[in-house]
Design a protein around this ligand. Structure first.
Ligand code: ZN
Length: 120
């Protein structure tokens, strides 16, 4: 199923999406910075709360890792936009498709290449 290339309007609106998602993620990462630091042994909290704190900290770390990964994809999508090849699959260079990019504007691969990568 061949996708068509993005129109200028589509590319523009996806770029706006990317830019606002980037600042959103940057703000989230800033906010969660403190939550991700190791729980100090000297912190005056009880045993149960310490376990809660560690669990919380691990969750925060996992969330942050997800945000950081997404942020990197967004950065590279914006670089691709500047280079004039945004919306093209980085594997097969076919258009990724507007519908897919609407759901995930940072998607670096077309659906076909993405599912191939996931199955290997
Ligand atoms: Zn592809």
């Amino acid at each position: 199923m061949a996708e068509v290339e993005l129109t200028t309007e589509q590319a523009d609106s996806l770029r706006r999406e990317l830019v606002s998602e980037r600042s959103h993620l940057e703000a989230m990462l800033k906010l969660s910075k403190d939550g991700a630091r190791p729980v100090g042994l000297s912190e005056p909290i009880g045993r149960l709360t310490r376990m809660d704190a560690i669990q919380q900290q691990q969750m925060t770390k996992a969330t942050r890792a997800g945000h950081e990964r997404r942020l990197r994809l967004i950065e590279s999508a914006l670089n691709a936009y500047d280079a004039g090849d945004y919306g093209l699959c980085r594997e097969c260079e076919e258009p990724v498709g507007y519908r897919r990019l609407q759901a995930r504007p940072e998607a670096p691969f077309c659906l076909e290449c993405q599912s191939q990568r996931e199955s290997t």
